[in-house]
Ligand binder design. Structure first.
Ligand code: ZN
Length: 157
């Protein structure tokens, strides 16, 4: 699994250096904030829906490298997808983060997403090697889910 571990580090670093969708869209009509008290991460996610599709999305916040990289990747993955798909991806990603390596390899397949995005999410799920940090990775997704459900704060489960 060393290869995956290196890839995981690379993805975190790359998104840290070059975050996607940083900043909240000016025309956003939904926004939710999430906090992870264990680590001190804060992430706000704002988006605009066009019917059932996420037409625009961005994030703001501060926290550890994992939370920021996950926010960057999450916004990249769900931009342009239907809300139901985004919520299913969150459920699948959370599942993927909590199963033993190798057990969840097919969780994200067959969603009609680009293989590239699915592969990157699988890499992000490498956070399961560090169980104390899983919440850092799922925090931006929790904020997304809250925003889609019309809440303004993500529940900290
Ligand atoms: Zn964190």
């Amino acid at each position: 699994m060393d290869g995956l571990r290196d890839l995981y580090q690379d993805v975190i670093l790359e998104h840290g250096r070059n975050p996607r969708n940083k900043g909240l869209p000016a025309d956003a009509d939904r926004r939710a904030d999430g906090r992870n008290p264990n680590c001190g991460d804060r992430v706000s996610v704002a988006l605009r829906l066009d019917g059932e599709r996420i037409a625009a999305i961005g994030f703001e916040g501060e926290g550890c490298a994992i939370s920021m990289a996950s926010a960057s990747m999450m916004t990249d993955v769900v931009k342009g997808v239907e809300t139901a798909v985004a919520l299913r991806l969150f459920a699948d990603f959370r599942k993927l983060c909590s199963v033993a390596a190798g057990d969840g390899e097919t969780v994200l397949d067959g969603q009609g997403l680009g293989e590239d995005l699915v592969d990157r999410l699988k890499v992000m799920a490498g956070v399961r090697q560090f169980p104390a940090r899983v919440k850092c990775a799922t925090l931006p997704w929790a904020a997304l889910a809250a925003a889609l459900e019309g809440e303004t704060e993500a529940s900290s489960e």
